[in-house]
Each structure stands twice: as C-alpha cells, then as structure tokens.
Design a protein. Structure first.
Length: 320
C-alpha cells in the first residue's frame, strides 16, 4: 500500500487539489481529512500529544488508521491532503500559540503511516513573500493571540523570540532536509507553476503521485475555472463590504444568496474575516519584501541545489 501525504503549505492551491483534482483520480482513494476519526483521533493526536502521551497512544492511532483505510481501500494508492500539517498555529490555544512542532509532526506522520505502507510526502512551496502575506490574510482573524504589523517586523528582524516559531515554519529547507536526513521519501512542487507553467505543474503532480491519469486531465481549463471562481469571490467580498458601509441589510442578504456561499457557517466566517478588528498585513504595501528576503535568505541557500534552481525562476529571494 502506498500513502501520498500532501502536507501543504497552506495557501498553495490545496483546496483546488482537494476539490477538483484528487476526486477525479479513479485509481486512488482519498482519506477524508474532515472526518472526525481522521482529524481528531489521528491528526490531532499526532500534532498535539507530548512524547510520553504519543508513545502511549501510538498503537491505538495505528490501529484506528488501519480501520479507516480498510473502509475506503479499493486500490493500493491512498492520498491524504491536509496543509494543516505545515500550519504552525494548527490546534493552537491561548496558552500554547505554536502547538504544532512541524518537524516532530512530520516524523510522527511517517512513523504512523509507515506501519501500514510506503509513505511519500508531497510539499508545495511558494515565493516566501507571497506565501506569508497570503497565510496571514487567511488566518489573521483566527488567531487567539495579538499579532500586529509591528510584531511581524520584529520577528523578521529576529528581535522577537516569542513569535520566532511562526516564521520558522516557512523555512522550506528545514522540512526538506529533515526528510532527506531521515530517509523519508518526499517531493517538492512549485506553486507558481500552476499558473505560469501549468503543463510542468501537471506533469510534476503526475510523477509525484505515480499517476498517469493526471496527465489526461484538461488542467488548463480547470485552472481557468479556478481563477474565475477566485475573481468572482473577490467581487462578492467587495460588494459585501460596500453593503455594510451603507448598512443595507437587504443587499447583504441578496449577496449571501450567491450559490457558492451555500454553507451557513461559511457565510458567518466570511463576514467575520472581512470585518475582523485584526487587520490583514499587506507585506508588499508595507515594504516588508526586503525584510522577508533577508530573513529567509539562509533558508533559501540551504535548499537542495535542484530545488533552489527552480525557485530562481520565480524570484523567491529578492535582496536588491
């Protein structure tokens, strides 16, 4: 049995893969990351338990995973796609900001899944500046602790040890070299290829998943649909903001009836995100780009040479 663990990063087209690409693969099964047993009885414990608790629960976790695999296994290929694995604040609390020790989580994942089959980790990376900006846009309203622009600047200047782990999570080389040093099979794909070199992204994904089906998909059309959907969401968010500004409840109600916002809980989370008091960081407008490049320059240099060469195409580091 072969497990393909797509571990992130957040904001690197994970939803597109989960909702559009993976369901189209007939010779693969997908473990449902949102199922209670998978999310809270397996992944939650892998991420949050301390060493003693994890060792005490290891056999239970493996047995539960085996049971879940049996329920869906029709082929010898199983995909688990969840960028929460590389999210430093996943399952965080007010008392423990960074409960997810990503290196530890990856080693544990490999240990648990290797008890049942062969494991390959899939990591999709993105330009440091774009990734951090997009990440904060997504999670800023979910943080259970205060994190302002000033805190980000201090962290980037390495003047703030309190939030050190928040940025260290985006050091790609640490994860990649961890896998290499521990003989964990892994592959890296560049997010930018999805839009700029779709054919390359498609072939890379097919090779990583050992799945020729992917090469038969009309990726160009699927990417266009993704782009159009994202543009439509931006328009709707703008309309919601405008409606609130004139206090037109009727307009807001009409906007929320758009078919893509069919889930009630999502409607409320959308409103919360838009009007949260914790304003989103805009790295580019705030001229953080230079600070980001200086902070991650060493990580970039520590990347394996073949990956570094790919990253150069998209200017992952800009010290000019």
């Amino acid at each position: 049995m072969n497990f393909y663990l797509h571990i992130g990063y957040p904001k690197t087209a994970s939803t597109f893969l989960q909702q559009v690409i993976f369901p189209k693969l007939k010779n693969c099964n997908v473990l449902d990351k949102d199922k209670y047993e998978i999310r809270y009885q397996i992944l939650y414990k892998i991420i949050t338990l301390d060493e003693v608790e994890f060792n005490d629960n290891k056999k239970k976790i493996i047995n539960l995973l085996h049971q879940e695999v049996k329920k869906i296994n029709k082929t010898n290929k199983i995909i688990l796609s969840w960028p929460g694995i590389t999210n430093p604040i996943k399952f965080h609390t007010k008392d423990n900001y960074f409960s997810n020790d990503i290196n530890r989580t990856i080693l544990r994942l490999n240990e648990i899944f290797s008890n049942i089959g062969e494991v390959k980790l899939i990591l999709i990376i993105r330009n440091y500046t774009d990734l951090i900006e997009s990440f904060f846009y997504q999670v800023r309203h979910l943080l259970k602790f205060k994190f302002k622009d000033e805190d980000l600047i201090k962290a980037l200047k390495k003047e703030d040890k309190k939030n050190k782990k928040l940025l260290e999570a985006f050091c790609f080389s640490k994860i990649i070299n961890l896998c290499l040093n521990n003989n964990i099979n892994n592959s890296v794909i560049l997010y930018e290829d999805l839009s700029n070199n779709t054919f390359n992204f498609q072939n890379s994904l097919a090779d990583v998943l050992d799945n020729e089906e992917i090469k038969d998909l009309n990726f160009l059309d699927l990417v266009k649909i993704r782009k159009n959907t994202r543009d439509e969401k931006k328009k709707i968010i703008y309309k919601i903001k405008k409606s609130f500004s004139v206090l037109s409840i009727k307009k807001i109600k009409n906007i929320l009836n758009y078919k893509f916002i069919s889930n009630i809980s999502y409607r409320f989370s959308l409103i919360k995100k838009i009007f949260s008091e914790k304003q989103n960081i805009n790295i580019k407008k705030k001229n953080y780009n230079q600070l980001v490049s200086y902070y991650f320059n060493q990580d970039y240099n520590d990347l394996p040479q073949n990956i570094k060469q790919q990253c150069k195409r998209y200017n992952y580091i800009n010290l000019k």
